[in-house]
Design a protein around this ligand. Sequence first.
Ligand code: FA5
Length: 341
Amino acid sequence: MLEQLDQLYRESLETLRAAGSTAGLEAWYRQALGRKGQVTLITRQVGQLSPEERPAFGKRVNEIKNELEAAYEARLAELQAAELEAQLAADSLDVTLPGRRPWRGRLHPSTQTLREIYRIWGDMGFQIYRSRDVETDEYNFELLNIPQDHPARDMWDTFYTTTPGVLLRTHTSPGQIHAMRQYCPEPIRVILPGMCYRYEQITARSEIQFHQVEGLAVGRNITLADLKGTLADFARRMFGAERQVRFRANYFPFTEPSAEMDVECHLCQGAGCQLCKYSGWLEILGCGMVHPTVLRNGGYDPAVYSGFAFGMGPERIAMLKYGIEDIRYFWGNDLRFLEQF
Ligand code: FA5
C-alpha cells in the first residue's frame, strides 16, 4: 500500500509540472487533492491495513499531502506570473493618448446672476433675508396696501391654492412686511431673493415662474435721492459704468412715489432695435419710497421713519447682460443653452 502511495505521489508531481495554465492546475488540484481526489480516496483504504501498518501509512499520507499542497502553491505562483507577463506583452497600452475629459457641471445662468446680484448688494451693505414661496393673501396683497377687490390686483395674475387665502407669491414684496415686523424698530437694509409665480401668458419676456430680488431700506432719513443713487450705483456695478440708466414714474400701491428703472439696451446701445421695441431701453425693476401704510403695517411710525424698496428680475437682467433673446430658455433645460454659461 505504501508503494502504491509513493507511486501516486510521483505521478501527481509529474502531472503537476505538466500543467500549463492556472485552469489546468485547478483541474489537477481537484483530481489529486480534492474531496474525491486520488490521494483522498487512497487514504480511505487505511481500513484494509493491519493495525501495525496504519501509523506509518498515516504519517506518509500526511507528508505527501503537505508536499503536494506546497508544490501546487509554488506552481500556481509560477503560472500566474507567467500569465500576467503574457497578458501585459499582448495588451499594448499607449500612455501618451489624451484622456477623456470628465463631464463638468455648471451653475445655472439664473444662479450665476443671482450670486452676482448678492455680491453687489453685499458690497453695499445689504443682508440677504429669505421669505416664503407660499404666502397668504394678507401678506401678498392686503398689508401691501392692495385690499380685496382693488383694481391694482389685476397687476398680478395669481395662482391660488385650494386653501382659501393661501397663494403662491406673485412678487417678493410680502417679504418686506416679514422683515419689518422682525426688525422693527431697528433700521433695515436687506435684499429678499426668491421665486415668484404668476398665472400669465408665457412669452419671450414673461414666464409663469421667475426670480425676483426685492430690496428694502428703512431708516430715519431715507430719501428718493438715496433710492436713485443706490440703484444707479447697482446698475454701474452690474452692467458697467458706460451703460446709461433712467427712471420713469410708475404706479405701485405699496410705494409712493413709484418708478421703474430702465437700462440702455445692450443689443443696439440705445439706438433702438426689436429687443427693446425700438425704445433703446429695457426695464429691469420697479421701485419707490415705501408707502406710509406699508411702513405702519410693518410696525414703523411713518412720521419718524422712511424707506425705499425695489424689485428686480434676475432673468431679465441675465437676458440684458448675456444677450439672451427668449426667457423660455431658462427653464427649458436645453444643455446647448446651459453649457454656454
Ligand atoms: C413688482 O413685482 C413689484 N413688487 C416690484 C416692486 C418692489 C416695486 C418694491 C416697488 C417696490 P413688477 O411686476 O414690475 O413689480 O416686477 C418686477 C420685475 O420682475 C420686473 O421688472 C421684471 O424684471 C420681473 N418680472 C415681472 N414679471 C415677470 C415675468 N412674468 N417673467 C420674468 N420676469 C418678470
